[in-house]
Each structure stands twice: as structure tokens, then as C-alpha cells.
Design a binder for this molecule. Structure first.
Ligand code: ZN
Length: 215
């Protein structure tokens, strides 16, 4: 079993100097069977975890995983945010495991984004539908309606086209997949050390340009 007290005067190997973090703020326990537990040690400003929906949840004692992001006090520079896994690192500057974890999320996001883009592209093909259908109807009506009724054919086609266009625009406007995608990933594709959102180039280089944490 491993037990690490986290705080300004904790037993963790990385240093914490953030002003709102207590001297002995929280405790992480890793059992021999690999179960992780996080416990708040009656800290002044509270211990939180960031859940799957990126919500900040205050805890007293909770089961976590090694990739749970823990927030001591708050997410500003006066608090301290880190991946639970970091307590296992002998070299406090080594973010290899965490970086690989973020990279995995990134690769999953890229795959999802490709699928969403393909779906949106397919959906956008529908924009041509009213034009094509109205051309066909117009042609049929022009060919088969008696001469003095052809004007009705034009009117029917115009009304039909406008209605179809409106319905399709409403349908296309409802596209929320991209919004959901952004909400799901925007707060996860970040540097495991300094929480800066990572760019594609940084993912390619596997290094944060701001704090130099790397895989
Ligand atoms: Zn960074």
C-alpha cells in the first residue's frame, strides 16, 4: 500500500506553493490491489475532482482512478490541479504517463471528429434536394399539363420547393453533434502539467510549448 499526503508540507515529490492549498490538504491511498482513494484532510479550501462531464465535484473521501484530475482549493494559480497518477512519479518533471493518456483521448477525439465531419457532409448534400425535386416536378407538370394550366404547375412547384427548403433548413440547423463534441473534449485536450489547451502541433511533438511537459 502507498499513502501520500498532498499539500504545501505534504509527502508528495512535486512541490506545491499555491497560496490556497493547505499544508496537509488531502491524502491519496493506493492499495496493493491497485485501488485509488482520495480523502480531504479537513483542508481550508476543499478538495475536488473533475468528473467525466468536466464538473468540479467537492469530495470528502472518494474512490478515484490514476487518471482522475484532482483540484486542491481551485483551478487558478492559487490552487493546484494534477492527475492522481503524478504521485507515483519519482521525477516530478516526468509527465510521460499523463501525456500518453491525453494523447489517447486526442486520438479518440480525432476519430470521432472524422465521423462527425463525414455525417455533416452527407447531410449537407440534402441542400441540393429541393432544387433537384422541383426541377423534376416542374418538368413533368410542364410536359403533361394542358397549355392553359401550365401556370398552376409553376405555382405548385414554387410552393413545394419553398416548403421543402424550409423543412431541410430546420433539419440541418439542428445539427448539435459538433457542439456536443466540443463540449466533450475542449477541457480534456490539455497539458497534464499546466492545463493549457494543446494544439495539433503540440500533440504531434508530444510536448507542451508553455511548460515543456512531454511524453
Ligand atoms: Zn503545459
Amino acid at each position: 500500500m502507498k499513502e501520500v499526503i498532498i499539500g504545501k508540507e505534504g509527502t508528495q515529490k512535486f512541490s506545491i506553493s499555491a497560496s490556497r492549498v493547505s499544508r496537509q490538504h488531502a491524502k491519496i491511498t493506493v492499495s496493493d490491489s491497485g485501488h485509488w482513494t482520495l480523502e480531504d484532510l479537513n483542508s481550508t479550501n476543499g478538495t475536488y475532482i473533475i468528473d467525466d462531464n468536466d464538473e468540479l465535484v467537492q469530495i470528502k473521501k472518494v474512490e478515484i482512478s490514476e487518471f482522475t484530475r484532482i483540484v486542491l482549493a481551485d483551478q487558478t494559480s492559487m490552487g493546484f490541479t494534477f492527475y492522481a497518477h503524478h504521485i507515483l512519479e519519482d521525477d516530478p518533471k516526468n509527465y510521460k504517463t499523463e501525456f500518453l493518456h491525453v494523447l489517447q483521448i486526442h486520438d479518440k477525439a480525432i476519430k470521432e471528429k472524422t465521423e462527425i465531419d463525414a455525417k455533416i457532409q452527407k447531410k449537407n448534400m440534402m441542400r441540393y434536394l429541393p432544387g433537384v425535386i422541383s426541377a423534376v416536378i416542374g418538368l413533368v407538370l410542364t410536359l403533361f399539363l394542358p397549355f392553359h394550366q401550365k401556370v398552376y404547375g409553376v405555382a405548385v412547384t414554387a410552393v413545394f420547393t419553398a416548403l421543402l427548403q424550409a423543412v431541410i433548413n430546420i433539419y440541418l440547423g439542428k445539427d448539435s453533434k459538433l457542439k456536443k463534441f466540443n463540449a466533450k473534449y475542449s477541457n480534456k485536450l490539455i497539458c497534464p502539467c499546466c492545463s493549457k489547451p494543446l494544439t495539433e502541433i503540440e500533440f504531434k511533438n508530444q510536448m507542451c510549448s508553455r511548460c515543456k511537459a512531454h511524453a
